[in-house]
Design a protein around this ligand. Structure first.
Ligand code: ATP
Ligand code: MG
Length: 601
């Protein structure tokens, strides 16, 4: 069952809930979290597998509002890397188009030249493609529409619907009022259309200093919706734009661009997150005044995950303050970070699908993303043996210099994955914590005088423990039972543990990086007094182990390859790995162990 922590969000807009929810019990639909508004078919009492957005689309298709057309878009701002929250959004945008035989555009919302860059434009495309979606020939930029937007701004000026205002930013804030008090009209509000037109053209020609004047929509300073209190449409900004260069010193605001851009592209369903609900009346206002095609905006709740942050500003700070190694640090919730960590695109898409869409903000357990990944890797990851913290074992009755090859299954869950040969010899490595000199009752692994099974190999019994001068255990001496080859004996004797191992002479040396949650608080934004959010970073989020021993079949692994290291988790070859210096990232443990670790601390 998905864990969802609900927090009340903005109320739903009336027009978005014309249906009835007939869900009887969530228990019969184990993957449906409360607030995940699957629409149930009254007649069948079965989930019709339609979320509230699909319901709206189907109503439009029935009423013929968009002539049966479904055309969505994903509108990222090229000012950062995509994260799993964005994936939630674009899986929905592209997914809806796919489901209804429609189209989905990629449109960069590049209206803020100060923070934007072509580097981001490239990585955003890569991220969407990685998850398997494609915009075909429909990649656009809001800046493609700057001329059209400028013409429309002049039309609004001519119609007396927009004016040039000389208030500076601070004054404008004062005049705007608050949530409880209406705003005051700007002293420049009643300028004539002719004067406004002249000033606006001179703004564009570069006659005025940055911030000296703005163009504002003339709507309603008393509106209960602050967005409708004469919002700024254009500001003067001498900044280099990543596409239009230095050709312009006036830029439209994102709010006076989004709705019109959707309209230009004839987007039918403009799906966005809840914080835009209060912007919808403004977008609709522009469209009405201009008399242009009217898309339907539909809002859903952002994805939030425990133990991580999703704000681009914070992610940027982690990178620029070098608190992580980069945007693709395997601990980051960015798509490139998840990819480097070893996440499969399928597991992310599956996760986004499974959580559904909600109309109130909630936080999903990071564990749910990890479980989706485990499910996927369990099916596809080849099993291998690797020892992370090696302890040497010498088998005294095994012929010195002899090597034999044992048969090991590549994936016990999938016979078609076949098997491979693993070398066995007199000297092996096992995991340090698979041995205890003085084992407590519940420890069933190796100890003095005990017998265990070596996976795919033999039964061994520990006869001696060798220590160094400091009393540290450095080697075990064991005997093996030649009759137990393959893991069972003719007398059917049972052992309580099966250990993984690697033959010392054949082992590959590697570095292995273990990751834990980036933050040690479920909600990293909850900051104790006198501290800052970065104090919530988990100091144990990265552990680098050198001198790990891997079975030789891993010699041919290349960056991106994924494996299950038996008993240890899923691992993938890091981007920086080379055949001479292999590096593996632990993608995820076999089971969730966070709860246990927390208790121990
Ligand atoms: P900002 O606008 O503050 O730079 P942003 O995260 O909203 O940050 P955008 O590039 O504007 O970034 O986002 C593109 C689209 O992705 C938007 O439609 C936005 O609603 C959606 N989106 C962003 N974050 C999430 C999230 N956590 N969950 C779901 N959708 C998201
Ligand atoms: Mg945004």
């Amino acid at each position: 069952m998905m864990a969802v922590h609900a927090t009340p969000g903005p109320s739903m807009h009336e027009s978005h809930r014309p249906w009835q929810l007939v869900a009887k019990s969530f228990d019969s639909y184990p993957f449906i979290a409360p607030g995940n508004a699957w629409i149930m078919d009254e007649a069948e009492k079965e989930p019709a597998r339609r979320n509230f957005i699909e319901q709206i689309i189907e109503e439009h298709n029935q009423s013929g509002r968009f002539d049966g057309r479904v055309h969505t878009r994903f509108p990222p701002e090229p000012n950062g890397y995509l994260h799993i929250g964005h994936a939630k959004a674009f899986c929905l945008d592209f997914g809806l188009a796919e489901k209804y035989g429609g189209k989905c555009n990629l449109r960069f919302d590049d209206t803020n030249p100060c923070k934007e860059d072509t580097e981001y434009v490239d990585y955003i495309q890569e991220g969407i493609h990685w998850l398997g979606f494609d915009w075909e020939d429909r990649m656009f930029f809001a800046s493609d529409y700057f001329e059209q937007l400028y013409e429309w701004a002049e039309k609004l000026i001519a119609d007396g619907k927009a004016y040039v205002c000389d208030l500076n930013a601070e004054q404008m804030r004062e005049y705007r009022g608050t949530l409880t008090e209406p705003g005051k009209a700007s002293p420049y509000r009643d300028r004539s259309p002719a004067e406004n037109m002249d000033l606006f053209r001179r703004m564009k020609a570069g006659e005025f200093a940055d911030g000296a004047r703005t163009l504002r929509a003339k709507i309603d300073m008393a509106s209960p919706n602050v967005n409708m209190r004469d919002p700024v449409m254009y500001r003067i900004l001498r900044a280099h734009h990543h596409r239009t260069g230095d050709t312009s010193c006036t830029y439209p605001t994102s709010d006076s661009t989004s709705g019109q851009s959707d309209s230009i592209e004839r987007i039918t369903h403009s799906v966005c997150t809840l914080e835009f609900e209060n912007h919808r009346p403004l977008y609709d206002w522009y469209i009405q005044q201009l008399g242009i095609f009217a898309p339907q905006q539909i809002e859903f709740a952002r994805l939030n995950l425990t133990y991580t942050v999703m704000s681009k500003r914070k992610l940027l700070q982690l990178v620029s303050d070098k608190l992580v190694s980069g945007w693709d640090d395997p601990r980051m919730p960015t798509l490139c970070g998840l990819r480097r960590r070893g996440y499969t695109p399928e597991s992310i898409r599956n996760f986004c699908d499974t959580i559904g869409v909600a109309q109130f903000n909630s936080t999903i357990d990071l564990q749910d993303v990890e479980n989706s990944l485990r499910d996927d890797l369990n099916l596809r990851a080849q099993r291998v043996m690797a020892v992370l913290r090696p302890l040497k074992v010498v088998i005294t009755n095994y012929p010195e210099g002899q090597t034999e090859e044992l048969d090991a299954a590549n994936n016990p869950a999938d016979e078609s994955a076949g098997s491979r040969r693993v070398p066995f010899s007199q000297t092996l490595y096992i995991e340090q914590d698979d041995f205890m000199e003085d084992p407590p009752k519940k420890f069933f692994r190796l100890g003095p005088g005990r017998e265990v099974r070596l996976r795919y190999a033999y039964y061994i019994t520990c006869t001696d423990v060798i220590k160094d001068e400091d009393g540290k255990i450095v080697e075990l001496r064991c005997t093996y039972d030649p009759e137990s080859r393959g893991g069972s004996t003719p007398d059917g004797r049972k052992v309580k543990a099966t250990l993984h191992w690697v033959s010392a002479a054949h082992a590959l040396d590697a570095e292995v990086r273990l990751y834990d949650h980036l933050f040690d608080r479920e909600n990293p934004d909850m900051v104790d007094e006198g501290r800052v959010w970065t104090d919530n970073l988990n100091p144990r989020s990265l552990e680098r182990l050198a001198g790990c021993k891997l079975e030789p079949s891993l010699a041919n692994a290349v960056p991106g390859d994924r494996f299950q290291f038996e008993r240890l988790g899923y691992f993938c070859v890091d981007l920086d790995s080379t055949p001479k210096a292999p590096i593996f990232n632990r993608t995820v443990t076999l089971r969730d162990t966070w709860g246990k670790v927390q208790k121990k601390r």
